[in-house]
Design a protein around this ligand. Sequence first.
Ligand code: MG
Length: 160
Amino acid sequence: MTATRSGLGFDLHPLVEGRPLVLGGITVPGERGLGGHSDADVLTHAVCEALLGALALGDLGRLFPDSDPRWTGVSSLVLLEGVMAAIAKKGARLVNVDVTVICQAPPLASHLPAMADRLAVTMGVAGAQVSVKAKSPEHLGLLGRGEGIAAMAVVSVEVP
Ligand code: MG
């Protein structure tokens, strides 16, 4: 007998000069990147937060505190692997992930399949279980002014 649980993740990082833009483990060409302690991959962080939320395991900051120098500049895919290990330890199985990144620029449409593939491989699931979408903030608010990029994710997991 299994139960299905869902989890919600949200994250937001500022766009800054002199950093690469990494989203879903893919480096997207652009003038600015996201600021943060790790590679600041906001999309992957939202997925991690959703996975942790589904099993009530806290949040990414609790698992990987930014006071720990081991996580400075680390690929967020490494963090995602750590989260998946925590999920597996609970005997849980990922059913699907759906994530939306909210970004004024650069255009992301052509990169979305590669991001979904990278996340699926990292999580050890089929590509069809991972959906990555992008939404324009239509020039509204802090996201529309290009001050940052946000992402929200929802996951479904089966637990024994
Ligand atoms: Mg983050």
